[in-house]
Every structure is written in structure tokens, then in C-alpha cells.
Write a protein that binds this ligand. Structure first.
Ligand code: UD1
Ligand code: MG
Length: 449
């Protein structure tokens, strides 16, 4: 049975007090809307439709970057959740099976819960995801009769008696596509908000003799984000979950509460992550690596046995092969560091390949940028780059070649050669001492006068 997904993301999110559309605020270093999209991806939807409105172009760009097959539809005026879903009508024309409606500002929904809703569709025409709210506040209330769901009443329209109900509407619903749009067509705006309420489909379905049911989930899963404070709380909750998952998966975290993960961080078992490490998006660390304290990684891949940091920075395109060492105050960007190579201190390696077991001395810099273009540096297997070598790209250093400390290397160095690109040393016997004596005498004369 196939399924399509509609994600509502047209709202302004005015309580965020932001020029950035709400669903683009990051959680776990990834825009909110992508959390819902990634949960949806797990149930392999046939079609995905994202309804955008406020900041629609920016939201569309992020959505496309994630899934170029997703359909973007625009809701120019936000007339309510049913009106929002209705914008997906044409995009879902001819889709067979069910539709699940999700919110772009509700990032914690689990794929397992979406599966449970699909399963529940075997017994009900309309399935709503509900939760027992500790503080039901302004949520819609689920009015049940035994196991059957009769209707959903919005807080604004609810009687005192209904407001006392704690079983609330998460907003996630599942129904057959054709049926869903038939029901939506019948929804009006006779309610306290004057909006098209998607929640009305339950009462409409029941009036037609169809059945509706509730799947329950934990309240934490349906947590929506409306304010910066809620975003901060959600981030804390997200980090706590990621840390717990890492520990469960066999990753050692010496001080879990100081390590920050992105939504897609992937760390293999028996890897050790020390204190105060930050993972930006797109990081994979294989098993048995060691990320030492105060390191920052983003868009990087670290292989088995590699040791990174302390105080290392891996930027997008950093590819560390097995047993590589990247030490303190080293930055690696868009560079492949092959097996067993060492970049241990104070270096910048960008737009480069470093061969197996090459050794880059302290303060090695790949001068990759000429102010307009970026150029590549290639360092061969087992090469030894002397401390403080400037490699002015484009440049190649052959396998097992050496560069002298302090060299500025502007021409290719053949395999096995020694390249020295620095001023020749001159030594004047006794001159150092005489110079100092002269300077001290000058100072003494000045103090006296
Ligand atoms: C909705 C539900 C309520 C539920 C609550 C859960 C309705 C009528 N009410 O209320 O029962 O308890 O969510 O959080 O459905 N959106 C659009 N276009 C619109 C309106 C909304 O895209 O025209 C999007 C919003 O950006 C948001 C989501 O739909 O992501 C929910 O809208 P919101 O206005 O927050 O609905 P609630 O009043 O919270
Ligand atoms: Mg809301």
C-alpha cells in the first residue's frame, strides 16, 4: 500500500520574531523542515508535497536541496490547515493509497509512529495521531466514544467540559488520498477562528458513516516549535537524545553533555569522543577513531583508527583515511589525507591530496587561494614537508620528496628530491654579541641623559 506525504510549512511563525521563516531555523544544525522530511523519507513515500507560504522561496530552496523530487506548492494566504492541505490536491492527483499530513515545525515525529498510523488505517478510514498532554493548553481536543474518534474540537470552539479533556490532536493525520480530498472539499469556516480546520474531517467522516481512530504517541514526539525559547528547549532535548543514542550504539563520550551533534551525525562503535566536541552537518566517523577535546567537525569523514585534535577543525570535504593524525590547531578543508599521514601541528591543508604516510611539519600551509581562484596541492606518498613550508598551489610534491623548513615552494618537486626555497643562511662570528653590547650601551646613555 503506497503512501504520500504532505508537509505544512506555510505559517509565518510570528512568535519567532524573525526574518527567517520559522521552518528554516536550525535544530541539530539542520533546518526544522528537514526533520519532518527525513522522518517521512523513512516510510518511503511515493510523493512528497511541501506547502510553503511565508518565505516560500527560501523554504523551497532548502526543500529542493534535500529532495529534488519533492513538489513545492504555495499557499498564498494562510486560511487554515485544511486550506493548506488542499493546495496539494493537484500535486497528488492520481496518487494511489494514503496521505499522511505532517507539520514542518514539528521535528521529533518518529518514522515508527508514522508506520503505526498506516497500520491503524486497516481498521479506520481516518487516523489521527493523539497524545495525552500534561498541559493541554490550546491544542485541539479529541472527542472519543470508547475506541472510536467522534470529532476534534479546537480549543477556541470547545466547551468547558471539552477543554477538560487531555487527549489532544498532534495535527498528524492519515487517510486515503481520494477520501481525504473529498472530505476537505466539504469543510467550511463556521468556527471561532473563521479558518478551514483540517480537524473537521473527523466529524465529516463520521457523518458519512466512516470510522475514525486514534494512534497515541508520547507528547515529546509532537512537540511543535513556536518561539525561540521552545527552539532552545527542543535543541536541548534533541542533543540529549543524540547523546543517549551514541552511548547506546557503543560510542564513548567522556562528558556527553559537552558534545553537540547534528541531525545526521554518524559515529561508529568504539570511537571515543572527548570533551567539548561539536559536530556540524554531514559528519561520519568510523569505528575506533578518537576525536579529542575542543574539535569542530563539519562535512567530514574520519576513518578507523584516526586521531583528531585536540583543537582540530575539519571542514567540508575533509577525508581522513585510516590511522591519520590531525593534531592541534590544524584546519583541513576539501582535502584527502591518505592512510597513516600526519598533520600534527598548526597547519592549514585545503584543496589538497596528501599521500599515505606523508608527514607535514608544524605550520605547513597550502596556499590554495590567489584571491580569485582556488588551486590544488598534491603531496605524494611518504613525502616529508619541513616545518613552516608554504606550498603555493597549484603545486605537486612527489613521493618521498623533502622540503626544507621555511621553504616557499612554488614549483613542482620531483619524486625523491629535496627542495629548498628560502634565503641562504649567513653566519658572522661574534657579531651577535657585539650588536647586543652596542644596543645596551645606547640604552644606558639614553637613561642617563
Ligand atoms: C493545529 C490543530 C490542532 C492541534 C495543533 C497541534 C487545526 C485546525 N488545529 O492547531 O487541533 O492540536 O495544530 O499543534 O488543524 N499552516 C499552514 N497554512 C495554514 C495554517 C497552518 O501551512 O493556513 C501550518 C503551520 O505553519 C503549522 C501547521 O500548519 O506548521 C499548524 O498550524 P497552526 O496554526 O500552528 O495550528 P494550531 O492552531 O496550532
Ligand atoms: Mg501550532
Amino acid at each position: 500500500m503506497s503512501v504520500s506525504v504532505v508537509i505544512l510549512a506555510a505559517g509565518q511563525g510570528s512568535r519567532m520574531q524573525s526574518d527567517l521563516p520559522k521552518v528554516l531555523h536550525p535544530l541539530g544544525a539542520v533546518p526544522l523542515v528537514l526533520h519532518a522530511m527525513r522522518a517521512a523519507r523513512e516510510i518511503e513515500p511515493e510523493r512528497t508535497v511541501v506547502v510553503v507560504g511565508h518565505g516560500g522561496d527560501a523554504v523551497a530552496k532548502v526543500v529542493r536541496g534535500e529532495d529534488e523530487l519533492a513538489t513545492i506548492v504555495t499557499q498564498t494566504e494562510q486560511l487554515g490547515t485544511a486550506h493548506a492541505v488542499d493546495q496539494a490536491r493537484a500535486a497528488l492527483e492520481g496518487a494511489v493509497g494514503d496521505v499522511i499530513v505532517l507539520y514542518g515545525d514539528t521535528p521529533f515525529i518518529r518514522p515508527e509512529t508514522l508506520e503505526a498510523m498506516r497500520t491503524a488505517r486497516a481498521s479506520h478510514d481516518v487516523v489521527v495521531l493523539g497524545f495525552d498532554a500534561a498541559d493541554p493548553g490550546r491544542y485541539g481536543r479529541l472527542i472519543t466514544q470508547g475506541e472510536a474518534l467522534e470529532r476534534i474540537t479546537e480549543f477556541k470552539d470547545a466547551t468547558e467540559e471539552e477543554r477538560a479533556i487531555t487527549l489532544c490532536n498532534s495535527g498528524v493525520i492519515c487517510a486515503d488520498r481520494a477520501r481525504l480530498f473529498d472530505l476537505i472539499a466539504k469543510i467550511g469556516t463556521e468556527n471561532a477562528a473563521g479558518e478551514y480546520y483540517l480537524t473537521d474531517i473527523v466529524a465529516l467522516a463520521r457523518a458519512q458513516g466512516l470510522s475514525a481512530g486514534v494512534v497515541r504517541c508520547d507528547e515529546a514526539e509532537t512537540l511543535g516549535i513556536n518561539t525561540r525559547a521552545e527552539l532552545a528547549q527542543a535543541e536541548a532535548r534533541f542533543q540529549a537524545r543524540m547523546r543517549a543514542e551514541a552511548l547506546e550504539n557503543g560510542v564513548t563520550l567522556s562528558a556527553p553533555e559537552t558534545v553537540y551533534f547534528a541531525q545526521d551525525t554518524c559515529i561508529g562503535r568504539d570511537t571515543v569522543v572527548d570533551q567539548f566536541v561539536v559536530f556540524g552537518p554531514g559528519v561520519t566517523v568510523e569505528s575506533g577513531a578518537h576525536i579529542r577535546a575542543f574539535s569542530h567537525l563539519e562535512g567530514a569523514h574520519v576513518s578507523r583508527g584516526a586521531v583528531v585534535g585536540p583543537y582540530a577543525r575539519l571542514r567540508p570535504g575533509a577525508e581522513l583515511a585510516e590511522d591519520v593524525r590531525v593534531g592541534n590547531f590544524v584546519e583541513i578543508k576539501n582535502a584527502q589525507i591518505d592512510e597513516g599521514a600526519k598533520v600534527n601541528h598548526l597547519s592549514y591543508v585545503g584543496d589538497a591530496t596528501v599521500g599515505p604516510r606523508a608527514n607535514l611539519g608544524a605550520g605547513t600551509v597550502t596556499c590554495n587561494y590567489d584571491g580569485v581562484f582556488k588551486h590544488r596541492t598534491e603531496i605524494g606518498e611518504g613525502a616529508f614537508i619541513g616545518s613552516s613550508t608554504m606550498l603555493v598551489a597549484p603545486v605537486k610534491v612527489g613521493a618521498h620528496a623533502l622540503t626544507g623548513s621555511g621553504s616557499v615552494i612554488t614549483m613542482d618537486v620531483p619524486e625523491g628530491a629535496l627542495a629548498l626555497g628560502r634565503a641562504k643562511q649567513e653566519t658572522k662570528p661574534g657579531l651577535g654579541k657585539r650588536l647586543m653590547e652596542r644596543l645596551r650601551a645606547a640604552k644606558a646613555a639614553k637613561v642617563k641623559g
